[in-house]
Design a protein around this ligand. Structure first.
Ligand code: HEM
Length: 331
């Protein structure tokens, strides 16, 4: 967690230096190459995020349970009420994309303790990610660049990429079997990547988290997917927050023997031990576009003493790419 202001330039410069000099770090695309690959598909980043471009700002607070303090010494788990900046998103590259499509929804959170410690996260409504490594993600984006002659991606190049990288189809298959959420408040949001949690007992445990909706899980019917308007999620959330609390329990799932700690396309078995470590309350939703979540990025950083990066190279890639993406969209 940072005790200093997270300026864009500082974050980008520090992370780029870290990524290029870390001893023993796996070779992976630079943050600039990653964001270039997004721009190759979507065009130049201007005002919106290249991923989860559509979103609505909200605010609330997080309070850890005693189990939270047991499993992490990070300040955010000390049991005090921690104010949060929240962004609910839709996994589309176009900020006007539909709320009814078979893509992920997202819950991004900035926790800011009274002492000024900041912890950011960005979670999705699927238990797995669409790329096993950062390089495969970049290769997938490069394969989908539009052909200047047709204005469309080259179908043969995309097919060859998919055939060579079957793990990139797993998230799509999960989404095909699970209709999109009926509300931003009615889906679990998974952190997907494994982190190392350092507990009060000094022990380090690999865990992944999920935010479970207290309202239960509700998905759109096939009929609703066809008939609901393209923009229903924000108003639906405003109505809910206006009539009662919207809450999520943060649950840790601990790795078992042999579980894959570095590949976010592989879920861990359901029978792994779990602990409820805190509750997130969404207290307000922005009345319209913009808000406190817009000019920031939810930076995935390795700065918290009790919540440290695992060896999953995706985490390092996210750290740098989010900072570079933010600096481009705020230019
Ligand atoms: C190699 C891996 C990844 C790369 C290169 C990557 C890249 C990016 C970039 C460039 C952004 C835009 C950031 C901004 O402009 O603020 C973004 C946003 C986002 N990513 Fe990733 N990402 C990766 C993995 C993941 C994973 C595993 C998850 C799932 C937990 C995820 C969830 C999100 C979400 C929810 C957002 C929107 C954040 C917001 O609301 O501001 N990403 N990603």
């Amino acid at each position: 967690m940072s005790r200093r202001p997270l300026t864009v330039a500082l974050a980008a410069a520090a992370l780029t230096a870290l990524l290029t000099t870390a001893p023993g770090a796996q070779a992976q695309p630079s943050p600039e190459a990653i964001v270039d690959a997004f721009e190759g598909v979507l065009g130049p980043i201007r005002s919106h995020r290249p991923s989860h471009a559509k979103g609505t700002c909200a605010a609330g607070h997080f309070t850890a349970t005693p189990e939270g303090a047991r499993f992490s010494v990070a300040p955010v788990f000390d049991g005090q009420r921690v104010p949060t900046v929240i962004r609910f998103g839709v996994g589309v590259g176009n900020p006007a994309g539909p709320d009814t499509g078979r893509t992920t929804r997202s819950l991004s959170i900035r926790f800011e303790t009274a002492a000024g410690d900041i912890w950011d996260m960005a979670n999705i409504s699927a238990p797995i990610f669409g790329s096993p490594t950062p390089q495969v993600m970049v290769d997938g984006l490069l394969a989908r660049r539009r052909d200047p002659a047709t204005g469309q991606p080259n179908a043969e190049r995309v097919a060859a990429f998919v055939a060579a990288n079957p793990a990139t189809t797993l998230q799509g298959r999960w989404l095909a079997a699970s209709n999109p959420p009926a509300s931003w408040a009615s889906t679990p949001y998974w952190g997907v990547n494994a982190f190392r949690f350092r507990g009060a007992d000094g022990e380090v445990r690999h865990a992944r988290w999920v935010f479970e909706p207290r309202a239960g899980v509700q998905r759109l019917t096939d009929e609703q997917m066809r008939t609901l308007p393209a923009n229903f999620l924000a108003d639906e959330l405003r109505r809910r927050v206006g009539t009662g609390p919207v809450e999520f329990d943060m649950v840790l799932q601990f790795a078992g023997p042999g579980d894959d700690l570095v590949n976010p396309t592989v879920a861990w078995p359901d029978d792994r031990p779990r602990a409820t470590v805190g509750r997130l309350t969404v207290a307000e939703v922005a009345p319209g576009p913009g808000g406190a979540c817009d000019p920031i990025s939810f930076l995935i950083l390795d700065q918290a003493p009790g919540i440290e990066f695992s060896d999953d190279p995706t985490l390092q890639a996210r750290a740098g790419a989010y900072a570079v993406s933010l600096s481009r969209r705020l230019q």
